[in-house]
Design a protein around this ligand. Sequence first.
Ligand SMILES: [Zn+2]
Length: 59
Amino acid sequence: MVLICPQCGKAALYLETGGVMGDIYRCKNCTYIGNFVIESDDPDLSNELEEGRRAELGR
Ligand SMILES: [Zn+2]
């Protein structure tokens, strides 16, 4: 599984910290920091994101 940045669509996230706010992720490709990430088994999900296929977010 990979974590996709919701801002730039790249699988460049890493876990910054976990705490009272929940897990915070930071993107190595852009300036995104936050707890909202897109989980995928497909590293190429960025293309699918542009097609609006966000149903796989559900959990
Ligand atoms: Zn990013």
